[in-house]
Ligand binder design. Structure first.
Ligand code: ASC
Length: 228
């Protein structure tokens, strides 16, 4: 209906404002407070790519990928599926480069790999994401499995996709906490960097909650077009 359309667009607009503000804060944090970016020439500046690429992939691109069937409901389904796959592919590539930055940093400092709670959740998130992408691609896009299998897999694909989005949120939250306690020895004194880190997490939670609400609400689901 027309009112559902406007409720969707207004909520999507609010969601986007929270998401963009969150990501601007991520960029401000890693440039102004953390010294900007490099690759292997500076280990710590290489690590700044880690939050910047993973939040861009697992929150910004991933959210737009799951919302593409809501936002673009008047587009042909084939086009939406291609956009959905492309946004997920970009999100996945950004995530892998972001993981590589962390892996390179640990190797260069001689630290242990994959010991922290954050690294376990984060690694599993990207592993499940890879599996979800591969199964989704084969099942729904190319070669595409029989309609009965596609229909039976759809609830799993939808629930799995949302679970991975939530796992990404948990990975980011634990990562922000770990980083804050490492680089802010006087965290409790509430420096401006402490505010920036806390607000990243707060805006990310609101943004993710709104994105999940928009993807879950039955009123906003795409109705198949006659020529789908
Ligand atoms: C697809 C597609 C869907 C599902 C549906 C089975 O490939 O575009 O909407 O599978 O046909 O639920």
């Amino acid at each position: 209906s027309n009112s559902a359309k406007w409720r969707f667009l207004i909520t999507y607009g609010i969601c986007t404002v929270f998401g963009l503000t969150m990501y601007i804060l991520v960029l401000v944090w890693n440039t102004h407070f953390r010294g900007g970016f490099a690759w292997t020439s500076d280990i710590m500046l290489m690590m700044n790519w880690h939050p910047v690429l993973l939040i861009l992939g697992l929150s910004v691109f991933y959210s737009q990928s799951i919302l593409v069937f809501r936002l673009g409901r008047n587009f042909p389904k084939k086009i939406l599926k291609l956009i959905h796959m492309s946004l997920n592919l970009i999100a996945f590539i950004l995530s892998v480069i972001g993981l590589k930055a962390a892996f390179n940093m640990r190797t260069a400092t001689g630290e242990q790999h994959l010991y922290s709670l954050h690294s376990w959740i984060g690694f599993l998130t990207v592993l499940f994401f890879a599996a979800q992408f591969a199964f989704g691609f084969v099942t729904y896009l190319y070669p595409g499995l029989p309609a009965s299998i596609r229909a039976a897999s759809m609830p799993v694909h939808r629930a799995g996709g949302k679970a991975i989005f939530l796992m990404g949120l948990v990975a980011t939250a634990t990562g922000l906490m770990t980083k804050a306690s490492m680089v802010l020895p006087n965290y409790s004194e509430m420096s401006s960097e402490a505010y920036v880190v806390n607000f990243i997490a707060l805006f990310l939670v609101v943004f993710s909650g709104l994105a999940l609400y928009l993807v879950n609400a039955p009123a906003y689901r795409r109705i198949p077009l006659p020529n789908d």
